[in-house]
Design a protein around this ligand. Structure first.
Ligand code: GTP
Length: 338
C-alpha cells in the first residue's frame, strides 16, 4: 500500500525551534517525530511512501531518510510554493500515482490507534461510496480542529473546518489521518493551493456522501504542533517517567533529571534540575541551572544558576545566569557557527 506524508509546512507555532529543523524531524522519544508516523504506517502494510515537501523541508528529510526506511521505498514530491493538503496530494500523485486506495497523513500527528484496523474498515466498506475515510478522535477540547457529524453507516453528514463555538455539539475531530480512494486523485489540483478540509471533504459530503468517518475508539491522539502538545506527546511516547538520555550525553551524578529527554553530546553539570523538558543535542547546561517544562534547541548554552520555565529556546541561544526565562520563546543566535 502507498502513503503520502504531508511534510511541507512551515511549523510556525514551534518557532524558533523550526528555524533549522523541520517539524517532522523534531526528536520525540528518541526518534524523529515523523518516524512514529512511518512506523504506524508500516504496521498497517505500507510499502511505498511519498513525502510531500517544500524546498526547505526536502533536504533535511532526504538527508535523514534517503530513499529507504526499513523496507519502505521513499520518494519526494517537492513543491515550489505551498500547495496545501489538496495540492500537495495532487502533485505527489503526479509523481507516483497510487493504483489503489492510499493513506494520506500529517507528519505531526501521533496515535495509538491501529491504522491496520482503519485500513480493514475502509476496505470493508462499499467501494462505490467510500471515496475518503477519515480517522476521528473524540475530544472535549474546542479549537482549531475540523469537527465531524457522523450519520448512519459511518457517513459523514457534516464536515466543519474550525467552526465557531456552539455551531456543533459533535466532539469528533479530524485526526489528520486519511485513506483516499484512487478515484479522487483527478479531483485534486496539482499546482495551486487548496486544502482538502475546505474543498474535497465538504464537496464529498454535499454531493455524494462519499466521506466516511472511522472512530479511533478512545486511542491516544495528539497533534504535536505546539510546544505544550510536543511536551505532552513526547511524554506519552516515552511510555515512562524515566528520563531518556542519549548514550553520548554527559550527566553529573547529582543532576536531578525527571520526565525529560537529553540529546546527543549534551552536557549537564552538577546540582541541576531538569523536569518535564526536551533538551536537544550538544546543549551545555551549567551547574545549578533549573529547567522546567521547556524545550531547548541544539547547541544552546545555559549558564550556571540560570532559571528556565515554560520556555522554548532556539538553537545556539545563550541563557545567562541573571536571566529568568519564563513563558516565552527565545530566538536563536548566530553565535559559534561555522
Ligand atoms: P504551523 O505553521 O505551526 O501551523 O505548522 P504547519 O505549517 O506544519 O501547519 P499544520 O500543522 O497545519 O500542517 C499539518 C501538516 O501538513 C504538517 O505535517 C505540515 O508539514 C503539512 N503541511 C502544511 N502545509 C503544507 C503544504 O502546503 N504542503 C505540504 N506538502 N505539506 C503541508
Amino acid at each position: 500500500m502507498h502513503a503520502i506524508i504531508l511534510a511541507g509546512g512551515k511549523g510556525t507555532r514551534l518557532l524558533p525551534l523550526t528555524e533549522e529543523l523541520p517539524k517532522p524531524l523534531i526528536p520525540v522519544a528518541g526518534i524523529p517525530m515523523v518516524a512514529h508516523v512511518m512506523n504506524s504506517l508500516i504496521d498497517a502494510g505500507v510499502t511505498e511512501l511519498t513525502f510531500a515537501v517544500s524546498h526547505d523541508t526536502y533536504v533535511p528529510l532526504k538527508t535523514c531518510f534517503s530513499d529507504k526506511y526499513k523496507d519502505v521505498n521513499i520518494s519526494y514530491s517537492i513543491e515550489d510554493h505551498a500547495l496545501g493538503s489538496a495540492g500537495a496530494v495532487g502533485k505527489a500523485c503526479e509523481l507516483n500515482r497510487p493504483s489503489r486506495s492510499f493513506f494520506v497523513v500529517n507528519a505531526d500527528v501521533i496515535t495509538s490507534a491501529s491504522l491496520s484496523n482503519m485500513r480493514s474498515i475502509h476496505d470493508s466498506l462499499d467501494a462505490r461510496d467510500s471515496l475518503v475515510s477519515i480517522l476521528l478522535h473524540e475530544t472535549e477540547v474546542t479549537g482549531d480542529f475540523g469537527f465531524v457529524e457522523l450519520g448512519a453507516g459511518r457517513r459523514v453528514q457534516k464536515f466543519l473546518e474550525k467552526p465557531v463555538p456552539g455551531i456543533t455539539s459533535s466532539k469528533l475531530i479530524n485526526a489528520g489521518i486519511w485513506i483516499f480512494s484512487e478515484r479522487v486523485i483527478d479531483r485534486l489540483p496539482t499546482d495551486n493551493f487548496a486544502r482538502v478540509e475546505e474543498t474535497l471533504f465538504p464537496d464529498l459530503v454535499k454531493d455524494e456522501g462519499g466521506l466516511v468517518g472511522i472512530t479511533d475508539d478512545g486511542a491516544y491522539w495528539a497533534d504535536l504542533g505546539t510546544p505544550e502538545a510536543l511536551l505532552a506527546g513526547a511524554r506519552y511516547m516515552r511510555h515512562s517517567t524515566k528520563p531518556l538520555i542519549h548514550e553520548s550525553a554527559v550527566i553529573e551524578v547529582d543532576a536531578e533529571i525527571s520526565n525529560s529527554e537529553i540529546g546527543a553530546g549534551t552536557t549537564v553539570s552538577s546540582s541541576t534540575i531538569i523536569s518535564n523538558s526536551l533538551i536537544w543535542d550538544s546543549v551545555t547546561v551549567g551547574s545549578n541551572a533549573k529547567i522546567y517544562d521547556s524545550i531547548i534547541g541544539n547547541n544552546v548554552i545555559i549558564d550556571e544558576n540560570a532559571r528556565i520555565s515554560r520556555a522554548v529556546i532556539g538553537p545556539y541561544a545563550q541563557v545567562s545566569a541573571e536571566f529568568y526565562v519564563r513563558d516565552r520563546a527565545m530566538k536563536s543566535e548566530k553565535r559559534n557557527r561555522n
